[in-house]
Every structure is written in C-alpha cells, then in structure tokens.
Design a protein around this ligand. Structure first.
Ligand code: USQ
Length: 398
C-alpha cells in the first residue's frame, strides 16, 4: 500500500516509516523539521544523537535495501500539502505532524497560539487537499487519550450512548482536556469527524496514551537509524524521563501525589497499532476512534517500578514529590475501554522489569549526554512564579 507519514522525522514518525517499509509498503515521509527547531529553542537535545532525515533515509536504503520517498514541507502551507498528496497519491496517510507537547503549549501565549494554529491548520489543510484531489485515502490521525481528561465515569472508545429526557443517542464522549495541546487534538477530532460526515472521507482517530521506549526492531538495525528520545521537562514523558533520571542518579520527579493515572504503551505497540488501523481501514464516510494504549498505571506506581529496577542495577534511585506544575487531578477514577485494537489482533507488549532494564542499559551508554538542567519542570500551568522558585529550591536541596 502507498502510505504517507506526516511528521516522518519525529519520535514515532521515523520508526513507523521504517516499520511499514519493512513490512512491504511503499512509504513516503513529509516533515518540516519543526521539532528540531523547538529543541534548539529549549536547549533540549534527544539523548541519543540522531542523524538528519536525509541521512536516515539513505541509511535505511543501505541497510534494508528499501527506498523511502522524502518530502520537505510545512503542513500549514496548503500548496505543499496538495502538491505532496497529488505527487505521491497515498492510499493511507499517518498524521503525526503536530506539536506534541502539553508543556510546550503552556509556556506562554505565543506557544499556545502556535500549537493550536499549527496543529489545527495542518489537519484542515490535509482534509481540504484530500477532498480537492478526490483521493480515496484513509486518514490515520494521532489523537490522544488526553482528549477525554479524567471524568468520574468509565471512558468509552470515542462515543457514548446517552439517554436524556426519554430520548437516546450515541454521541462523542465528552472531552475535558488538560492543556492547550490536548485541546488542539480535540479540535482536530471535531474537524475530522465533520469532514468524514460532509465529504465522505475515511478516518481513524487514534486516541493514544503515553508512549515509552527507545528502540524498535528497525532502529536497532544501525545506530544511525535511532529515533529522537527526549527526557527534558517539555518533550520527555513519564516513563522515559524516570529511566533517564534514575540512570543519572537524580531523584525521580513525581508531580504532586502521583495518583494521576494514564494509559501507556510501548513504542513498538504504537507501530503495530498504526499498521492494524491501516490494514483494516475505515470506510468512506466513517470516522472511528481507537483508544490506543495497553495498560494503565499511576505515575507513582511507575516511579516505584523504575526506582526498584534501578536499585537492582546498583543505582541510588529516590522518588521526589514535586509541587505539581500542572492543573490536574492527582487522585481520580480511570477506567478507559480499549478493545478495538485488541479485536484487530494487537498482542500487547506490557511493561516489564526486563523492558525497564533494557531501557536503562541503553540510557547508561549515553549517560554523559544527560543535561541535568533540562529535567526540572519549568512550565507551570497557572504561571505562579513564587511556586516555581520554591520548586527550584526544593530541587537544589534534594
Ligand atoms: N508527570 C510527572 N512527572 C514527570 C512527567 C510527568 O509526574 O516528570 C505526570 C504529569 O503530571 C501527568 C502524567 O505524568 O500527570 C503524564 O505526563 P507526560 O508528560 O508523561 O505526558 P502528557 O503531557 O500527558 O503527554 C504525553 C505526550 C502527548 C500525548 C499524551 C497522551 O507528550 O503527545 O498526547 O502523552 S495522554 O497522557 O494519554 O494524554
């Protein structure tokens, strides 16, 4: 199948491109290298050095003997989007091409506007280009479990049947996202669903949980195929950050009580989920949602798992409860449904001590590159300077 990956230079985009190429698909990647610019803005380099996309595409051709087509361009430019779609004529488009960080979207006014304009415009351009070109093409869009927030009822897979004043309807599950980034994904979901209804487009919205992991079968084939693994306060996510903190001998940064529960999945399962969505496509006019995670944990549980494992490796891992820089519930009900990908054949690769060990071993190889100054959370949801100062002092004393 001809598959276009938007955001093909990213943490998930690049491994997905290699994985689908290796599984016999004809793959093209599009990227504008925005993530690399944001990294420069924030002094946040990936832990493992990554090559340019051009070099990685060339390396993939050498190692695997398969050619990835490479487009450079910005999804906010409609001409770019229409041009690439017209040239490549994809049958499926995997859309990762967005600003992916909640903290980034909460830094200041500029970054929050940027996140929403960037994400929503790119997706709208994509929808309009597919319509204009009359492409028969399945959109596989990376959404987030964070679109739902943490309601005090079980979360369904996209839709919920509601009885109201004697009448019944199946409606989109209510959304209570926790950042301007997560909100951008909600707005995307509404736009995509509308385009499916109005223009008979076909889309799968993958409401993904927090991804962890450094390696996939493909990145392991050569060091020069590595993907961008972040541990900083803006682009790094929970398990990945905890493993790096333990390796560096820094306390594990649990925000608040740590009772926040989220869905998690291994990076390899992300690739498999995307493949399952592609080979079992939505039909014209259909907008469907898959909740894409394999297990839930509280943040404190995860920190304890990582700390226990780190101690077995002889590292002195401690857990530090920091004042929570985010506005979020720290103790709450969380029981989201996630059956659709399992029904399509997903066999989850659950978090195990071995997996944490493997991650830590890889991280320890790059220990000298860990920048301690990018670990402490600096972005506060309600911008209280005094509390941030107190937090810095607490960190300094730890
Ligand atoms: N957290 C800590 N300590 C840390 C980092 C995070 O306690 O050092 C807590 C946060 O307060 C939050 C939870 O861990 O309660 C998850 O935070 P995260 O930074 O791991 O992930 P999040 O900001 O939610 O965003 C990530 C990805 C995003 C994706 C989302 C899926 O960056 O692209 O959409 O996970 S989900 O969390 O299900 O919304």
């Amino acid at each position: 199948m001809k598959i276009l990956i938007l955001g093909g230079d990213g943490y998930l985009g690049w491994p997905t491109a290699m994985y689908l190429s290796r599984h016999g698909h004809q793959v093209a990647v599009l990227d504008n290298f925005a993530k690399r610019r944001w990294e420069l803005e924030l002094n946040a380099e990936p832990l493992i050095p990554i090559q340019t996309l051009h070099d990685r595409v060339e390396m993939w051709r050498t190692v695997e003997g398969r050619q990835l087509e490479l487009f450079v361009g910005d999804l906010r430019n409609y001409g770019v989007v229409e041009g690439v779609l017209d040239t490549f004529q994809p049958e499926a488009i995997v859309h990762y091409g967005e600003q992916p960080s909640a903290p980034y979207s909460m830094i200041d006014h500029n970054r929050s506007v940027f996140t929403q304009v960037n994400n929503i415009t790119g997706t709208l351009n994509l929808l309009w280009a597919i319509k204009k070109l009359k492409l028969e093409c399945h959109i596989v869009k990376l959404g987030t479990m964070g679109e739902y927030g943490t309601p005090n009822i079980d979360i369904e897979e996209g839709f919920i049947e509601i009885n109201h004043k004697g009448r019944t309807d199946t409606l989109p599950f209510p959304c209570q996202p926790g950042s301007f980034y997560h909100l951008s994904k909600v707005h995307d979901s509404h736009n995509i669903r509308f385009a499916c209804r109005a223009w008979k487009l076909a889309a799968t919205d993958l409401h993904q949980g927090v991804v962890y992991g450094i390696e996939t079968d493909e990145t392991k084939m050569d060091n020069n195929l590595a993907t961008g693994f972040h541990y900083d306060d803006v682009f790094g996510t929970a398990i990945n950050r905890f493993c790096v903190q333990a390796a560096a001998g820094i306390p594990l940064t649990v925000y608040g009580k740590g009772g926040q529960r989220r869905g998690f999945l291994n990076i390899r399962d992300t690739l498999r989920c995307v493949e399952l969505a592609i080979v079992n496509p939505a039909q014209p006019g259909e907008y469907r949602v898959f909740n894409q995670f394999t297990e839930t944990f509280s943040i404190l549980q995860l920190a304890e798992l990582v700390a226990d494992q780190a101690r077995k490796l002889g590292l002195a891992a401690e857990i530090l409860h920091l004042p929570n820089p985010r506005v979020e519930q720290e103790q709450h009900h969380y029981n989201p449904t996630h059956t659709k990908l399992l029904e399509l054949g997903l066999q989850p690769r659950l978090l195990s001590n071995e997996l944490i060990d493997t991650m830590m071993t890889t991280i320890l190889e790059y220990k000298d590159r860990i920048k301690q100054e990018v670990i402490l959370p600096k972005v506060k949801w309600n911008g209280d300077e005094q509390e941030m100062e107190a937090l810095k002092l607490m960190w300094a004393g730890a």
